[in-house]
Design a protein around this ligand. Structure first.
Ligand SMILES: *Cc1c(COP(=O)(O)O)cnc(C)c1O
Length: 538
């Protein structure tokens, strides 16, 4: 088996970096198996209708632009008056489903939000052409309403406050990746988090939430709210009660978790609501990327809107990791603005000096706008914001869902159901193949699985073998061998904050038939270890 020193060095790397190292090993695996990378969360499906519609909008936009100037491949700017009618003439809804989708979308925003049709279509067209800086830079006007409606539909189930979506402001970002970076950065710049601050995270968790706070720039004191395998990776309300302690400044949450995949249940949500009552200045960041993969997902944002920033990405559900599209949502009334207004005079003066360059009354600048300015180092606030074609893509994906729900029924969007069905099937194949216990529950997104190799070792053979495996090998030995010998790349759960021996399998990125194969390779390797064990025992 592998060299211990090398393994110890590897274990110091982040989980994603270890997986990257294993790729080349796996490609040249000893058994010459087909290389299977179930390490990444990148989905292997895409949503098509919004992409086709985007292409049609560009074609129409070019034609429109030629109305004002037309010199070979140079054209002018678009005009608003009558643009909706001209779009209707251009499109052919009988022939093309994407054309019908576009026309239905205009009807939808007109009937639901009473948007002016010409203004809405102009935002689409200028947006896809990318002929203007993003204005407002935080997010385009109509796009914000459409995305708020989408978030309400997929993330705010059981929410009793019907005005929540209208009181929510959005900042469109380059995926959740940028959202996370912008949030941490602005919390620090605005002196809302300090080195040594006590923060809580729900582990196991997406690695950046562990890594960023530990970095020198932040150097915060992390406390784990550990969800456990025996509770099917659910957080228990007693652990959440620790948040009532006012010395806890912030909670970083991935819900449903990555890699645990399970969403918070109602008890946990109520416990958070209680905690916020006792600790009213608690700042919560919730990353709800996998929400739509569970049934009737309810975000923490619905129970603690004042205290919560919500991060959402379109990457996973729509298969758009290359587009880099996501949002940050914040309530119009929020703890971040409140805490900024209560900063000591010295800090307040420093912030005044920082934002004075871009606004007349810096003390009135909201936290969400500060994030926009900070995202471009203040100096480039006037050219900040997500590129407009990316914003229109967000707009079109959101509309596709909203129109599907109109046709298929509330919570019955066939596209979402198909995406769920894909990961569900792979989850079943993997677990049946491994003879591992399944957790078939509406709260399980089934996007990732956590496989406990020591538990499997005991299940397949016995406790003594399992202990031998635990005591004689570095925790990533199994993972490395699996890639070197069998050609299968999984991820080490330890990087996500779970205990040793837990491996993450992504159900997102391989063809369906490969999941039974992964199960076989894990069993195959386990039997190799067992043979070695028997020889040593003699
Ligand atoms: C994939 C993922 C992200 C990154 O999303 P992008 O929009 O692709 O940057 C963020 N958070 C979690 C929990 C993820 O799994």
């Amino acid at each position: 088996m592998s060299d211990v020193k090398e393994e110890k060095a590897l274990e110091k790397l982040g989980a994603f970096e270890i997986a990257f190292k294993m790729l080349s090993l796996a490609k040249n695996n000893d058994k010459q198996n087909v290389f299977l990378n179930a390490g990444r969360g990148n989905p292997n499906w895409i949503q098509t209708i919004s992409r086709s519609a985007f292409a049609r909008l560009i074609q129409f936009g070019i034609k429109e632009s030629k109305r004002t100037i037309s010199e070979k491949d140079l054209a002018g700017y678009t005009e608003k008056d009558g643009i909706h009618e001209r779009l209707e003439t251009f499109l052919n809804p009988q022939e093309n489903e994407e054309d019908k989708f576009l026309l239905d979308s205009v009807d939808y925003v007109y009937s639901h939000f009473n948007f002016n049709k010409d203004s809405f279509v102009k935002e689409w067209i200028d947006g896809v052409l990318g002929n203007n800086y993003p204005v407002p830079s935080r997010i385009l006007k109509y796009t914000e309403t459409v995305i708020n409606e989408y978030l309400d539909s997929v993330l705010y189930h059981n929410n009793t406050d019907s005005t929540l979506k209208d009181n929510t402001k959005l900042f469109a970002t380059e995926g959740a990746t940028a959202a996370i970076v912008y949030i941490f950065n602005s919390l620090k710049e605005n002196k809302l988090i300090h080195p040594g601050d006590k923060i809580m995270i729900n582990t196991p968790i997406f690695t950046p939430y562990i890594e960023i706070p530990e970095l020198n720039d932040y150097d915060m004191d992390e406390i784990d709210l550990r969800s456990k395998e025996k509770n099917n990776w659910e957080l228990d309300p007693e652990a959440i009660a620790k948040l009532q302690d006012p010395t806890v400044k912030a909670l970083f949450l991935v819900n449903p978790s990555n890699p645990g995949s399970v969403s918070l249940d109602n008890k946990a949500l109520q416990a958070i609501k209680q905690a916020v009552k006792k600790n009213p200045n608690l700042m919560i960041i919730t990353d709800d990327v996998y929400g739509p993969f569970t049934e009737k997902f309810q975000s923490v944002y619905t129970v603690a809107p004042f205290n919560t920033l919500l991060v959402y990405s379109y990457s996973k559900l729509f298969g758009v990791t290359g587009w880099r599209i996501g949002v940050i949502a914040a309530n119009k009334h929020n703890v971040f603005d409140k805490l900024i207004s209560e900063l000591p005079e010295k800090e307040s003066k420093e912030l005044h000096a920082r934002y004075r360059h871009v606004v007349l009354e810096p003390e009135k600048m909201e936290f969400i706008d500060r994030m926009v300015a900070d995202s471009r180092a203040i100096g480039l606030y006037h050219t900040s914001g997500l590129s407009t074609p990316q914003q229109i893509m967000l707009n079109l994906f959101s509309l596709a869902h909203l129109l599907n729900e109109e046709k298929d029924g509330k919570d019955r969007d066939h596209y979402i159901n198909e995406a769920k069905e894909i990961v569900r099937k792979r989850y079943d194949d993997l677990h049946k193949g491994l003879k591992a216990k399944e957790f078939n529950d509406p709260s399980n997104a089934e996007y990732y699985s956590l496989i406990d190799i020591y538990e499997l070792a005991e299940q397949y053979y016995d406790k003594d073998f399992s202990n031998w495996l635990k005591n004689n090998f570095e925790q990533i030995d199994f993972l490395l061998e699996l890639s070197k010998k069998n050609g299968v790349v999984l991820m080490d759960g330890v990087g996500f904050g779970s205990k040793p021996g837990i491996l993450r399998v992504s159900q997102a990125n391989l063809p369906n038939e490969d999941y039974a194969m992964i199960a076989r390779q894990i069993q195959d390797l386990m039997s190799d270890y067992h043979e070695k064990y028997l020889i040593e025992k003699k």
